[in-house]
Design a protein around this ligand. Sequence first.
Ligand SMILES: [Zn+2]
Ligand SMILES: [Zn+2]
Length: 319
Amino acid sequence: MSEIRTNPFTGEMTLYAENRKNRPYEFVHKTQAKNTNNENCPFCGGHETWTTDAVYQDGPDGAWQMRVFPNMFPAVKEDCEETKGEPFYEMAAGRGRHEVLVDTPDHNETIDEFSEERIEKVLHVLQDRLNNFRARKHTQYVQIFKNCGPSAGMSVRHSHWQITGLPIIPRRAALMAEKMQGDDCLFCRMLTYEKEQGKRIAGETERFLAITPYAGRFPYELWLAPKVHQRDFGDMNEEERKDLAHLLWEMLQKVTRLKEDVGYNICVMDGPRNTDFHWHIEILPRIGGFAGFEYATDCFINMTSPERAARYYRGEKEE
Ligand SMILES: [Zn+2]
Ligand SMILES: [Zn+2]
């Protein structure tokens, strides 16, 4: 069963993907440190036959840097059977596509150790996959994300990204999109305001700005965004991509120094189909956890103010 059900009261969605519980990779536990062995890892160079066939690979088997293949235990599937649903409730069949991009053949290498040039190449491949997903008729929304570290939900401890093409527009993306339409984009106005204020600026290049968002949910949360309104991550040109790779590299150096073996997510927030948007990347460090309060109220408790976090990213000493 793969089904996306909507909470009739709040509009929250839950994706039921029962096949994912069969994933063989659940041997990785929180206590497992870096530098684990790669004997059982399907993502390591040389283990190509352990996964589905690659849709992209930048070198021969055993000698690639990047490799993309359909997730063997997809949360959504292109051949998802039609489910009837119940007239009382809103739901959608979990029809879509779920791919994995392994961005290094090396089991122990992490993205903060990549050069800027390699990060730029990774961004380029992600753009290509996004454009490929968008061309598929059931795709309403594409979510690209990366889980770094077990505390951030990483189940295979080998650096990778996931790309999901969904048949619905998630509530968060839909709400954001409403405020990002045309000339009156709230995100553009926010970036102008933050530039004037300066206190939540974490980093800056010619074309991109990194801010610690005013009401960020996570301690040391970061948003990296093009300064000029741009609808789609897939629209970024080479110059822009190089600029972003530099800023992302710089920010990741600091994120990984927050604490030993810090977990974090990197999420590319992109527009739903046929809708204007101001795309950006959200980096969500996992310091401390969430508990009943967060789940009950949808209000996050965050023990680090965005202003303090920005000072950290700017390398300023605490007063
Ligand atoms: Zn591996
Ligand atoms: Zn904008």
